[in-house]
Design a protein around this ligand. Structure first.
Ligand SMILES: Nc1ncnc2c1ncn2[C@@H]1O[C@H](COP(=O)(O)OP(=O)(O)OP(=O)(O)O)[C@@H](O)[C@H]1O
Length: 226
Protein backbone atom coordinates (compact mmCIF):
# COMPACT_ATOMS: atom_id res chain seq x y z
CA UNK A 1 0.00 0.00 0.00
CA UNK A 2 2.69 2.44 1.05
CA UNK A 3 6.46 2.29 0.69
CA UNK A 4 8.53 5.24 1.78
CA UNK A 5 12.31 5.12 1.46
CA UNK A 6 14.84 7.65 2.66
CA UNK A 7 12.43 10.50 3.29
CA UNK A 8 14.15 13.80 4.02
CA UNK A 9 12.17 16.95 4.83
CA UNK A 10 14.04 20.25 4.99
CA UNK A 11 13.24 23.88 5.64
CA UNK A 12 16.02 26.04 4.24
CA UNK A 13 19.25 24.44 5.44
CA UNK A 14 17.59 22.72 8.38
CA UNK A 15 16.82 19.00 8.08
CA UNK A 16 13.69 18.10 10.05
CA UNK A 17 13.17 14.51 8.88
CA UNK A 18 16.11 12.38 7.82
CA UNK A 19 16.21 9.05 5.98
CA UNK A 20 12.85 7.77 7.19
CA UNK A 21 11.83 4.35 5.81
CA UNK A 22 8.27 3.22 6.35
CA UNK A 23 6.08 0.53 4.82
CA UNK A 24 2.41 -0.29 5.27
CA UNK A 25 1.03 -3.42 3.60
CA UNK A 26 -2.50 -3.58 2.19
CA UNK A 27 -4.91 -3.79 5.12
CA UNK A 28 -2.10 -3.36 7.66
CA UNK A 29 -2.39 -0.90 10.56
CA UNK A 30 0.84 0.81 11.59
CA UNK A 31 1.37 3.38 14.35
CA UNK A 32 3.89 6.19 13.97
CA UNK A 33 4.93 7.20 17.48
CA UNK A 34 7.60 9.38 19.07
CA UNK A 35 8.01 12.45 21.23
CA UNK A 36 6.64 15.85 20.31
CA UNK A 37 8.70 17.35 17.50
CA UNK A 38 10.14 14.02 16.31
CA UNK A 39 8.81 14.42 12.76
CA UNK A 40 5.61 12.35 12.81
CA UNK A 41 3.30 14.99 11.32
CA UNK A 42 5.82 16.00 8.65
CA UNK A 43 6.22 12.35 7.63
CA UNK A 44 2.43 11.93 7.43
CA UNK A 45 2.09 15.17 5.45
CA UNK A 46 4.76 14.02 2.98
CA UNK A 47 2.80 10.81 2.36
CA UNK A 48 -0.43 12.78 1.87
CA UNK A 49 1.04 15.51 -0.34
CA UNK A 50 0.08 18.24 2.12
CA UNK A 51 3.49 19.66 3.04
CA UNK A 52 3.44 23.43 2.73
CA UNK A 53 5.52 25.33 0.15
CA UNK A 54 8.24 26.10 2.75
CA UNK A 55 9.26 22.43 2.91
CA UNK A 56 11.51 20.51 0.53
CA UNK A 57 10.94 16.76 0.57
CA UNK A 58 13.05 14.09 -1.10
CA UNK A 59 13.20 10.31 -1.08
CA UNK A 60 11.10 7.63 -2.75
CA UNK A 61 7.37 7.12 -2.24
CA UNK A 62 5.30 4.33 -3.75
CA UNK A 63 1.54 4.15 -3.25
CA UNK A 64 0.02 0.83 -4.31
CA UNK A 65 3.26 0.15 -6.14
CA UNK A 66 3.19 3.36 -8.18
CA UNK A 67 5.89 6.00 -7.77
CA UNK A 68 4.57 9.28 -6.42
CA UNK A 69 6.31 12.66 -6.48
CA UNK A 70 6.98 13.69 -2.88
CA UNK A 71 6.84 17.35 -3.94
CA UNK A 72 3.28 17.04 -5.21
CA UNK A 73 0.56 19.14 -3.56
CA UNK A 74 -2.77 17.43 -3.45
CA UNK A 75 -6.12 18.94 -2.59
CA UNK A 76 -8.64 16.84 -0.76
CA UNK A 77 -10.64 15.76 -3.80
CA UNK A 78 -7.65 14.54 -5.79
CA UNK A 79 -6.27 12.79 -2.74
CA UNK A 80 -9.54 10.99 -2.11
CA UNK A 81 -9.82 9.93 -5.74
CA UNK A 82 -6.41 8.33 -5.32
CA UNK A 83 -7.78 6.22 -2.45
CA UNK A 84 -6.12 8.25 0.30
CA UNK A 85 -7.96 9.93 3.14
CA UNK A 86 -6.62 11.99 6.01
CA UNK A 87 -7.58 13.03 9.49
CA UNK A 88 -5.38 16.00 10.33
CA UNK A 89 -4.11 17.23 13.65
CA UNK A 90 -5.60 20.67 12.90
CA UNK A 91 -8.94 19.12 12.02
CA UNK A 92 -10.84 22.38 11.63
CA UNK A 93 -9.04 23.25 8.39
CA UNK A 94 -10.34 20.05 6.73
CA UNK A 95 -13.90 21.40 6.80
CA UNK A 96 -15.30 24.26 4.74
CA UNK A 97 -16.44 26.84 7.33
CA UNK A 98 -19.21 28.14 5.03
CA UNK A 99 -20.92 24.81 4.35
CA UNK A 100 -23.12 22.89 6.77
CA UNK A 101 -21.56 19.73 8.19
CA UNK A 102 -24.28 17.54 6.67
CA UNK A 103 -23.78 18.84 3.14
CA UNK A 104 -20.02 18.24 3.36
CA UNK A 105 -20.36 14.67 4.66
CA UNK A 106 -23.26 13.63 2.42
CA UNK A 107 -21.60 15.10 -0.70
CA UNK A 108 -18.36 13.24 0.04
CA UNK A 109 -20.24 9.96 0.55
CA UNK A 110 -22.16 10.45 -2.73
CA UNK A 111 -19.08 11.38 -4.73
CA UNK A 112 -16.78 8.67 -3.40
CA UNK A 113 -19.22 5.80 -2.98
CA UNK A 114 -21.75 6.59 -5.72
CA UNK A 115 -24.63 6.51 -3.23
CA UNK A 116 -28.00 8.21 -3.57
CA UNK A 117 -28.51 11.24 -1.32
CA UNK A 118 -30.75 9.23 1.03
CA UNK A 119 -28.30 6.31 1.30
CA UNK A 120 -25.39 8.70 1.81
CA UNK A 121 -27.30 10.48 4.60
CA UNK A 122 -28.07 7.14 6.30
CA UNK A 123 -24.42 6.12 6.17
CA UNK A 124 -23.29 9.49 7.57
CA UNK A 125 -25.83 9.36 10.42
CA UNK A 126 -24.78 5.81 11.29
CA UNK A 127 -21.06 6.71 11.38
CA UNK A 128 -21.65 9.88 13.44
CA UNK A 129 -23.61 7.82 15.95
CA UNK A 130 -20.82 5.24 16.10
CA UNK A 131 -18.38 8.10 16.81
CA UNK A 132 -20.40 8.85 19.96
CA UNK A 133 -21.86 12.11 18.62
CA UNK A 134 -25.22 12.81 20.24
CA UNK A 135 -28.15 13.77 17.97
CA UNK A 136 -26.37 13.31 14.63
CA UNK A 137 -29.38 14.60 12.65
CA UNK A 138 -29.21 18.00 14.39
CA UNK A 139 -25.45 18.09 13.90
CA UNK A 140 -25.86 17.82 10.12
CA UNK A 141 -27.62 21.20 10.08
CA UNK A 142 -24.81 23.06 11.83
CA UNK A 143 -21.78 24.91 10.47
CA UNK A 144 -18.29 23.79 11.61
CA UNK A 145 -17.86 26.86 13.85
CA UNK A 146 -20.89 25.72 15.85
CA UNK A 147 -19.12 22.50 16.89
CA UNK A 148 -16.69 21.86 19.75
CA UNK A 149 -13.09 20.83 19.02
CA UNK A 150 -13.83 17.19 19.88
CA UNK A 151 -16.94 17.21 17.67
CA UNK A 152 -14.99 18.67 14.74
CA UNK A 153 -12.32 16.02 15.20
CA UNK A 154 -14.90 13.22 15.04
CA UNK A 155 -16.68 14.79 12.05
CA UNK A 156 -13.29 14.77 10.29
CA UNK A 157 -12.81 11.09 11.09
CA UNK A 158 -16.28 10.33 9.68
CA UNK A 159 -15.49 12.47 6.61
CA UNK A 160 -12.38 10.35 6.00
CA UNK A 161 -14.30 7.08 6.43
CA UNK A 162 -17.20 7.98 4.12
CA UNK A 163 -14.60 8.33 1.35
CA UNK A 164 -13.88 4.57 1.60
CA UNK A 165 -10.08 5.04 1.46
CA UNK A 166 -7.68 2.20 0.77
CA UNK A 167 -5.17 4.00 2.99
CA UNK A 168 -6.22 6.21 5.88
CA UNK A 169 -3.60 8.51 7.39
CA UNK A 170 -4.81 9.74 10.76
CA UNK A 171 -2.72 12.30 12.66
CA UNK A 172 -3.76 12.26 16.32
CA UNK A 173 -7.44 11.54 15.63
CA UNK A 174 -8.33 11.21 19.33
CA UNK A 175 -6.40 13.95 21.14
CA UNK A 176 -9.34 16.32 21.71
CA UNK A 177 -11.59 13.56 23.06
CA UNK A 178 -12.56 12.36 26.53
CA UNK A 179 -11.96 8.71 27.44
CA UNK A 180 -15.42 7.48 26.39
CA UNK A 181 -15.40 9.24 23.00
CA UNK A 182 -11.79 8.13 22.44
CA UNK A 183 -12.73 4.48 22.99
CA UNK A 184 -15.69 4.82 20.59
CA UNK A 185 -13.52 6.38 17.86
CA UNK A 186 -10.89 3.66 18.29
CA UNK A 187 -13.64 1.03 17.94
CA UNK A 188 -15.00 2.81 14.87
CA UNK A 189 -11.59 2.97 13.18
CA UNK A 190 -10.86 -0.65 14.03
CA UNK A 191 -14.22 -1.88 12.73
CA UNK A 192 -14.02 0.23 9.60
CA UNK A 193 -10.50 -0.94 8.73
CA UNK A 194 -11.35 -4.59 9.45
CA UNK A 195 -14.56 -4.50 7.39
CA UNK A 196 -13.24 -2.51 4.43
CA UNK A 197 -9.67 -3.84 4.39
CA UNK A 198 -8.34 -0.27 4.53
CA UNK A 199 -4.75 0.20 5.66
CA UNK A 200 -4.06 2.69 8.45
CA UNK A 201 -1.09 4.88 9.27
CA UNK A 202 -1.85 6.28 12.70
CA UNK A 203 0.18 9.13 14.20
CA UNK A 204 -0.28 9.09 17.95
CA UNK A 205 1.24 9.89 21.32
CA UNK A 206 -1.13 7.47 22.95
CA UNK A 207 0.46 4.05 23.31
CA UNK A 208 -2.83 2.50 24.42
CA UNK A 209 -4.55 3.67 21.23
CA UNK A 210 -1.59 2.42 19.17
CA UNK A 211 -1.72 -0.98 20.87
CA UNK A 212 -5.49 -1.30 20.39
CA UNK A 213 -5.50 -0.35 16.72
CA UNK A 214 -2.16 -1.33 15.23
CA UNK A 215 -0.14 -4.48 14.78
CA UNK A 216 3.16 -2.66 14.36
CA UNK A 217 4.79 0.52 15.61
CA UNK A 218 7.46 2.69 14.00
CA UNK A 219 9.09 5.07 16.48
CA UNK A 220 10.67 8.35 15.41
CA UNK A 221 13.17 10.39 17.42
CA UNK A 222 14.71 13.63 16.22
CA UNK A 223 13.49 13.10 12.67
CA UNK A 224 14.86 9.56 12.30
CA UNK A 225 13.46 6.06 12.73
CA UNK A 226 14.52 4.94 16.18
N1 LIG B 1 8.52 25.52 9.12
C1 LIG B 1 9.33 25.02 10.05
N2 LIG B 1 10.48 25.63 10.36
C2 LIG B 1 11.30 25.11 11.29
N3 LIG B 1 11.06 23.98 11.97
C3 LIG B 1 9.94 23.33 11.71
C4 LIG B 1 9.00 23.80 10.74
N4 LIG B 1 7.96 22.93 10.70
C5 LIG B 1 8.23 21.98 11.60
N5 LIG B 1 9.40 22.19 12.21
C6 LIG B 1 10.03 21.34 13.23
O1 LIG B 1 10.09 20.01 12.72
C7 LIG B 1 10.02 19.09 13.79
C8 LIG B 1 9.04 17.98 13.46
O2 LIG B 1 7.72 18.50 13.43
P1 LIG B 1 6.44 17.56 13.40
O3 LIG B 1 5.24 18.45 13.35
O4 LIG B 1 6.58 16.52 12.35
O5 LIG B 1 6.54 16.87 14.85
P2 LIG B 1 5.59 15.78 15.53
O6 LIG B 1 6.43 14.58 15.84
O7 LIG B 1 4.39 15.57 14.70
O8 LIG B 1 5.21 16.53 16.89
P3 LIG B 1 3.85 16.60 17.74
O9 LIG B 1 3.72 15.24 18.36
O10 LIG B 1 4.13 17.67 18.74
O11 LIG B 1 2.74 16.93 16.79
C9 LIG B 1 9.66 19.90 15.03
O12 LIG B 1 10.81 20.06 15.81
C10 LIG B 1 9.19 21.21 14.47
O13 LIG B 1 9.46 22.27 15.37
Amino acid sequence: MLELEGLDVRVGTRTLVSGVDLAVAAGERVALVGPSGSGKSLTAAAVLGTLGPAYAASGRLLLEGRPVDLRRRLGRTRRERAGLAAVHQASATALNPLVRVGAQLVEAARARRGLTRAAARDLVLDLLGQADLADPAALLGRHPAELSGGQVQRVCTVLALVCAPRLLVADEPTTALDAVARARVVDLLERHCADSGAALLLVTHDREVAARLCSRTVALAEGRVA
